[in-house]
Design a protein around this ligand. Structure first.
Ligand code: CP
Ligand code: NVA
Length: 301
């Protein structure tokens, strides 16, 4: 794998990466193979989990991370992406970038001679999906399950659709009309799901959607970059909340997931976040193990 911009880039290595993540987490892998490796981390948007998990993860594997705020780079003064890619490739071994536009990350990857990892764009969040798959495996033991994503068909949802299709997990997106996931990704996930016998669908009625669900998953109604639509979104998404009532309509042992950060009393209530059915805090920890497994796979010689 020489880039991770989309879950499609990881298609053939999902199982290997998840196994490495488990082995890193359990202490079965203790080596530090990334000595003398440098990871540049470019952020055009805020981050807590992605930044800290990559930074700590890189150190734990013996390598060196460099935090590069896009505001301080010459990119901010108009230096072209291809020039930035060419030059950073001479200094670094890998770049992780959180960017506003997916196309910009693709351009960076096209001109770089080192691997590029997406730490979220407007289209996908593949690193999150790896942590999510790891968490579901830990809680449920397998992927012969039904995941219901409730809310906005956004970047997190898009990567999860592909991830679910590749591992053979059923996934329903319960969203308001007009807020469906990316059309191309949805169609691709449906095609891939045929090969793994998974069912992928969209359902606008959340009560129908959560019947027999093993996993309820949600994310913010207003993603970074959607702030101008805040009021309208808060009105439209109001019925799409994970609360105790909705949780009681899923399987009795269903777990709740959220990529975080969460806005309480919008997409999720505090009692659900802190309930015994919440996998949210383990899911957040798993960002570290998943990110390390991705770095290990891409950078280990
Ligand atoms: N889930 C996630 O990517 O969190 P951050 O925005 O804090 O990195
Ligand atoms: N969908 C959210 C995810 C944050 C981790 C956003 O893009 O802001």
């Amino acid at each position: 794998m020489d880039r991770l911009l989309s879950m499609t880039d990881a298609k053939d290595q999902i199982k290997t990466i998840l196994d490495i993540a488990s082995d890193l987490k359990s202490g079965k892998i203790t080596e530090k193979p990334l000595k003398d490796k440098y990871l540049g981390m470019i952020f055009e948007k805020s981050s807590t989990r992605t930044r800290v998990s990559f930074e700590v993860g890189m150190h734990q594997l013996g390598g060196t991370p460099l935090y590069l705020s896009s505001k301080d780079l010459q990119l901010n003064r108009g230096e072209p992406i291809p020039d930035t890619a060419r030059v950073l490739s001479r200094f670094l071994d890998c770049i992780m970038i959180r960017a506003k536009k997916h196309e910009n990350v693709e351009e960076l990857a096209d001109y770089a001679s080192i691997p590029i990892i997406s730490g979220l764009t407007d289209k996908e969040h593949p690193c999150q999906a790896f942590a999510d798959l790891l968490t579901i495996k830990e809680y449920k033991g397998d992927y012969n399950r039904k995941l219901v994503f409730i809310g906005d068909g956004n970047n997190v949802c898009n990567s999860l659709l592909l991830a679910s299709a590749y591992v053979g997990m059923d996934m329903v997106v319960a969203c308001p009309e007009g807020y469906e996931p990316d059309k191309e990704i949805y169609e691709l996930a449906k095609e891939e799901a045929k090969k793994t016998n998974a069912n992928i669908s969209i359902e606008h009625n959340i009560h129908e959607a959560v019947k027999d669900a093993d996993v309820l998953y949600t994310d913010v109604w207003v993603s970074m970059g959607d702030e101008e639509e805040q009021e309208e979104r808060e009105r439209i998404f109001k019925p799409y909340q994970i609360n105790k009532q909705l949780l009681s309509e899923a399987k009795e042992d269903a777990i709740v997931m959220h990529c975080l950060p969460a806005i309480r009393d919008q997409e999720i209530t505090d009692d659900v976040m802190t309930s015994s059915q919440s996998a949210i805090w383990d899911q957040a920890e798993n960002r570290l193990h998943a990110q390390k497994a991705i770095l290990y796979t891409i950078l280990k010689e």
